[in-house]
Design a protein around this ligand. Structure first.
Ligand SMILES: [Ca+2]
Length: 234
């Protein structure tokens, strides 16, 4: 499944969370095409959830990716901003895996054996910079896996995961999936969302544009050809 927001609506998505913030279609600096999603997070002392949720048929293995940019960050670095997440079918809030930015660094937190261990990936995702984030979860009772990538580089490779207690993978979320109580005002831009059954690496940008452009070129030549034929007859 692919979503590039070129339809200028949220029809692709199942749920919009706008707790202490707003979601909008924006044409300011998209990653590809002309439009993207902009989550604006308000500077209030409360938890924030300003994100989109997509459901899909439950699966043992799922891979999601998006091109994401955040504007400000949190200088104090004590507050977390979750940008990409996969959830199970039997519980709506406890996640299977999330990619979280804190103080410009990326962390992966995941369901494992009744808890939620947190991995410091050591990877840096600076503000005002587009980053392709990818997250992959495989369900298993001790054979599960969690992987994450930043701009094509694998930053988390976690195996031996016990994450089967909550059921299969059935939804994903992106945007400001979660921001802590004291997280400051923020803007999160999301484009080029892909939900796949396996790792696909870095695909070309905006497949809708790639089919449109050759079509426009072909049509232009047909029209020019028709006009020149008409010109010869007279
Ligand atoms: Ca787009």
């Amino acid at each position: 499944m692919y979503e590039g927001f070129e339809s200028q609506n949220f029809d692709f998505w199942d749920t919009q969370f706008q707790t202490n913030g707003t979601l909008a279609i924006s044409n300011v600096n998209p990653a590809a095409g002309a439009y993207h999603m902009r989550a604006t997070v308000n500077a209030v002392a409360a938890q924030k959830r300003v994100c989109l949720l997509k459901s899909f048929p439950s699966a043992q293995l799922k891979h999601v990716q998006a091109i994401i940019e955040y504007a400000n960050g949190d200088g104090a670095s004590t507050n977390r901003l979750t940008l990409l997440a996969l959830y199970p079918s039997t519980a709506s809030d406890p996640y299977l895996a999330i990619i979280t930015m804190q103080g410009g660094k990326l962390y992966v937190q995941y369901r494992h054996s009744g808890g939620y261990p947190r991995l410091d990936t050591g990877a840096i995702m600076p503000p005002k910079t587009k980053a392709r984030l990818e997250l992959s979860v495989k369900i298993g009772a001790g054979t599960g896996e969690v992987h994450a990538w930043l701009n094509g580089q694998e930053i988390a490779n976690i195996t031996g995961v016990d994450n089967s207690v909550d059921g299969q993978i059935s939804t994903m979320r992106t945007g400001a999936v979660f921001a802590d109580v004291d997280y400051p005002a923020e803007i999160v831009d999301v484009d080029e969302v892909r939900i796949e059954d396996a790792y696909i690496g870095i695909p070309p940008l905006d497949p809708t544009m790639r089919t449109l452009v050759p079509l426009v070129i072909i049509c232009t030549f047909v029209v020019i050809g028709a006009l020149s034929l008409r010109g010869k007859k007279t």
